[in-house]
Design a protein around this ligand. Structure first.
Ligand code: FAD
Length: 813
């Protein structure tokens, strides 16, 4: 007992695969003075009973990165720490029942190739060659992933733990953390063996993460599902084949039917993600248990019947095998199914690495990411998809349960770009939601806020099916074109509730901001775009800045960036400055198009001669508003910011005055098209920590004359060395679909860049790609190709100016 550590740099709470990997990676980064606390034996949570599949497949670039890294790590881990492990790299096939599914696979093959992986598309005949027992009559193809496999999760955890111990870390088993308290700049983690003082705490408590989060005043957005797999006994044909060829069958995933089937010894492991799924510990009569270590739920085969029958039709041999065992264990879900890895929102020196749905295949990469967050304050890859700050606090239990069940029941579903998932909706409604609904708005949720994506006209197909396509010309296309044309020829109004909004005040506020952003703080009375870089010069965020007074600034940023940007500002704020979050008090409407001045003149007392990038307070429809002369759509226009209580009045007045002049409401799809034509970047697509400010083509927002700003040294060094790749605009002869995120750009047989946004520009009548291209090829007129769903299409690099209104004359009109 006396040996119990009293201090540590980092205390990790939770000894599953993820906690152990976090410890291992902290040690690898040189932080060996770390302690992991496990309430029971290592692996006692979800890890011990996991099936252990280790896929690399993901349609998300960052998650694929994390899983690819895990697979690479696991291949060498046994030798590195001298701990033998059962890791079978069997390869896998993922079946496609439809062309849309095959397109998804083709996209993933392209992303995989860019990450150095050789994934392949198989024809139905080729499927039968690698998987002899399968029925292929109804398949259109498959994806072959040679890196897929399965690992023993307990051995994996023990190996990581052994490696960490060898480097000097401590692991305390049978030692639950019972609470935390903050004393000065330190955390004190309480256990029945004593307190541990530390700089940093990590919540790696798996499905217990919500309980641990409460000690920090944090509501971890999560719920728990029951997930099952079934083991089937030896099948002579499988045994004979294994003996003959010397290796197992590849893992089979029938994603359209929603299960995996893996050879387990000489039998099978069948694991469905069933639609009629079951949440646990979500009702009063099923309370969360104090302890569930090494326990399982009772079998529930009824839920799985359809999947068993389907699998037996796919691999008829399965019918001959006796079912020997069912494993039914708890598996935690966030509302979007991705884990939480990174800073705990609003809590200093606390981090999360929890709520993993695929914690075995992601543990390796997650440990790397978490260790980077802790030791460097930033990660190598942009990890927004897993950043805890993507949730902002509105996600109550009902929401978490509804979304968790939805994600689980559609675990393998295709993520079509125009489709919105129906659960957990209407959490935050604009003051004019009833009005936009009546006009035909089809909504999507942004940080919980319902925003119109497009306005359906009479006869437009608004069914779910209508948007479940990769095609450009989907149900929305004609309506979006009409919206863009209205913005071009007359005017459009976009209701944009939920913009994040902070007021920064105090002596020296402007000087402080100047040290945080790369460019100039606008003069009093002016507006500007500001870019925040990290110490490496990479793009952290973008905000609109209105200089209300010498030391009073209004910062406006994306709805989804609310928690992220607030955390960033607060973490760096000088003493004496105040930052107020006014997000919920205000709402915004964008009025834009050549007639917008005329429309506004009819309902407002504003000085409409004031130029581009100015702001003023005024009245619209009798309500006080804050008017900003900017337009993300690239036309003459104003952002009208009003108090929520006044928003409907503003909307009604503008619509009444504007409709006779051709004003139309428009939605987010049209805005996406319009902003691409102007080359305006979107946060966490085109603007992310994967790119430096210079790579992002944002040097005009860098004020080299300032004595210092965050990232300056790194950016100066990069400029000196030469920027390797740079933001580009492409016009793509793209067939009938637009390039999804991370479609690769080719010159001859070499990948030379990637598309970060692709969409059709209705004003210019072309498919546009924004992206990153090798600097020596980034010349106007340069011919390249863009790979879209496995096919390469010709594209031409454009000049470094907007495609629409290159001189910004319409905006300044
Ligand atoms: C049936 C089933 C099959 C699965 N198959 C796969 C698969 O094939 N591939 C895959 O990638 N994933 C799979 N998963 C998911 C996987 O099991 C989890 O994502 C993974 O185990 C999560 O690891 P973790 O370390 O985050 O959490 P856990 O393994 O749950 O570890 C958390 C640990 O924290 C400890 N703890 C909690 N509170 C405290 C406290 N106060 N103090 C100290 N310690 C505490 C717990 O005892 C526990 O050991 C499966 C899950 C299930 C249910």
């Amino acid at each position: 007992m006396s040996d119990f550590p009293k201090t540590a740099r980092v205390v990790i709470i939770g000894g599953g695969a993820v906690g152990a990997s976090s410890l291992y990676h902290l040690c690898k980064a040189g932080w060996t003075d770390c302690v992991l606390l496990e309430k029971n034996e290592l692996t006692a949570g979800s890890t011990w009973h996991a099936a252990g599949n280790v896929p690399t497949f993901s349609s998300s670039w960052s998650i694929m990165n994390m899983q690819r890294y895990s697979a690479e790590l696991y291949r060498g881990l046994g030798d590195a720490v001298d701990y033998p492990m059962n890791y079978n790299v069997t390869g896998s096939i993922r079946l496609a029942h439809t062309q849309e599914r095959l397109q998804e696979f083709q996209r993933v093959v392209g992303m995989g190739r860019y990450q150095g992986m050789d994934l392949k598309i198989l024809t139905p005949d080729q499927i039968a060659e690698v998987y002899p027992f399968i029925a292929t009559h109804d398949l259109v193809g498959a994806l072959y992933d040679p890196y897929d496999g399965d690992i023993d999760p307990a051995q994996l955890t023990q190996a990581l733990a052994k490696g960490a111990r060898q480097m000097g870390a401590r692991i305390e088993r049978f030692c639950p953390a019972t609470g935390v308290r903050r004393e000065g700049d330190e955390w004190v983690v309480e256990t029945h063996k004593g307190d541990i003082r530390c700089e940093v705490v990590v919540n790696a408590a798996g499905y217990y993460a919500r309980e641990v989060g409460k000690w920090f005043g944090r509501e971890v957005p999560m719920m728990v599902m029951s997930h099952q797999y079934m083991l089937f006994d030896t099948i002579p044909e499988v045994e004979a084949r294994t003996k003959e060829v010397g290796h197992k069958l590849p893992l089979l995933r029938d994603v359209d039917s929603s299960y995996y089937l893996r050879q387990e010894k000489n039998g099978f492991n069948l694991g469905p993600y069933e639609k009629n799924c079951k949440a646990h510990w979500v009702t009063k009569d099923d309370p969360f248990p104090e302890d569930f270590s090494f326990q399982l739920f009772p079998d529930d085969l009824e839920r799985l019947e359809w999947y068993i029958t389907d699998a037996m039709a796919r691999v008829p041999l399965l019918e001959t095998a006796p079912l020997t065992k069912v494993i039914n264990g708890p598996i935690p879900y966030t509302p979007d199914g991705n884990p939480l890895i990174g800073p705990m929102p609003g809590v200093p020196n606390a981090f999360e690495a929890c709520v993993f749905t695929f914690g075995i295949c992601q543990a390796g990469g997650a440990g790397k990411v978490l260790a980077e967050w802790i030791t460097q304050g930033a990660t190598e890859w942009d990890m927004w998809s897993c950043d805890p700050r993507r949730f902002t606090g509105f996600e109550d239990q009902d929401y978490c349960i509804a979304k968790g069940m939805e994600v689980y029941g559609h675990e393998y579903a295709i993520q079509f770009p125009h489709y919105t998932w129906p659960e957990g909706r209407d959490k935050k409604l604009s003051a004019v939601h009833d009005r936009t609904t009546a006009l035909g708005a089809q909504f999507g949720a942004y940080n919980g806020w319902e925003r119109a994506l497009w306005y359906a006209r009479i006869g437009d197909d608004v069914s779910a099916k209508g948007s479940q396509t990769w095609a450009r010309n989907g149900a929305w296309f004609g309506a979006v074109r009409a919206e863009c044309e209205a913005v071009r020829d007359a005017a459009g109004i976009l209701d944009l509730p939920g913009f994040s909004r902070f007021v920064l005040k105090g002596d020296g506020a402007a000087d402080w901001l100047a040290r945080q952003i790369t460019g100039k703080v606008p003069n009093v009375g002016r507006l500007g775009l500001a870019y925040f870089a990290d110490d490496k010069g990479r793009i952290v965020t973008e905000m609109s800045v209105a200089r209300l007074g010498l030391d009073e600034l209004l910062l406006i940023t994306a709805a989804t960036a609310q928690a992220h940007d607030r955390d960033w500002l607060v973490a760096h704020l000088d003493a004496g400055l105040s930052l107020t979050d006014e997000t919920t008090e205000w709402s915004t409407q964008i009025l834009t198009g050549p007639k917008s001045r005329e429309i506004l003149a009819a309902v407002s007392d504003a000085d409409l001669a004031k130029g581009w990038l100015t702001f003023q307070t005024a009245q619209v429809g009798g309500a006080d508003v804050f008017l900003m002369r900017v337009s993300f759509a690239g036309e003459l226009g104003w952002e009208i910011h009003s108090k929520v209580a006044d928003t409907a009045r503003v909307w009604d007045a503008v619509l009444a005055a504007g409709t006779p002049m051709g004003l139309k409401p428009f939605g987010m799809f049209a805005l996406n098209s319009l902003r691409l034509e102007k080359g305006y970047r979107a946060w966490k697509g085109d603007l992310s920590t994967d790119y430096s400010v210079l790579q992002g083509g944002l040097e005009r927002f860098v004020d080299w004359a300032k004595p210092d700003f965050r990232g300056k040294a790194a950016l100066a060094a990069e400029k000196q060395a030469g920027v390797a790749k740079r933001f580009c605009t492409l016009v793509i002869d793209a067939g009938d679909q637009d390039p999804p995120y991370m479609s690769t750009i080719w010159e001859g047989d070499t990948v030379v860049g990637e598309v970060t946004s692709g969409y059709y520009g209705h004003r210019v009548g072309a498919c546009i790609g924004l992206g990153m291209l090798r600097a020596d090829l980034n010349l106007p007129g340069q011919a390249v190709e863009v790979e879209i769903f496995g096919q390469r299409y010709p594209a031409v690099v454009q000049a470094d100016a907007p495609l629409w209104d290159a001189k910004n004359e319409r905006i300044r009109a």
